[in-house]
Ligand binder design. Sequence first.
Ligand SMILES: [Fe+2]
Length: 260
Amino acid sequence: MLGDMAARRHKKRKNDEPLCFANPMPPFTLPPGYTRIKLVQSFHELATTPFEGDVNALCWQRTVPGDFSEVVEHLVVGKGITTIDDSRLLALPVSAAGRAAIDILLEDQRLLRALDLDPVLDCIHGYLRDENPGPVITDVHSFHVDSATASADTWLCTYHGPASEGLRNDEAQRRVDIPETRAELLKCFGGKDDDDFRKYLNENCYDLHYAPIAQARPFSFGLGNLWRVAVDYPGSPVPPCIHRAPETRPDQPPRLLLIS
Ligand SMILES: [Fe+2]
């Protein structure tokens, strides 16, 4: 999150369309022929490479040492999202492999804090759902872009559990631009398709959500990879990166996610 730099708009969490649990995503591989993702070799390169030209996502692809499943096993969390602070990590009675994982968790946050960011480590055991879905699903499980009022990026790393997922910009359509959906939204709005309607779409985050086109091939962000992705803000030189949270089942171990 961005603290005082920019007010990040949080997406309302609402009921989502059914999701397929059966086929977990394969590890991250660069989508063939897709030029919006740039691989980098270091944290420094991740932090300093500008979004320009086609690029709206940077991935520091890495294999991180340590046993993250042991860390998650020791974090006894309830349903929903539990934020894990450094002291809780340091107090876990883990093996050397678990300690190596904790070192990575702490070091990644240290690197981000050194950039004046405010990273959060979340242990996620299912997201809480809104009971009143509107015409456009604004759940974190729906493909969406993050938005801010000033220059901002989103940083993401999944260490354990199902990884965040991406959708190519050229395989996505804004849900508010789908005629049937727009007509339904107009009905809810009760007015004309004018500036006030666009403001309504914006205030309700409807304009941040995307539908995959029929031939779309969503991809996994992979485990251990640290990503910096472009956000929707006024004056951004590139289109925002479309992503979503993967579905998790209650009987699965929780996800461990770094987000900033
Ligand atoms: Fe997001």
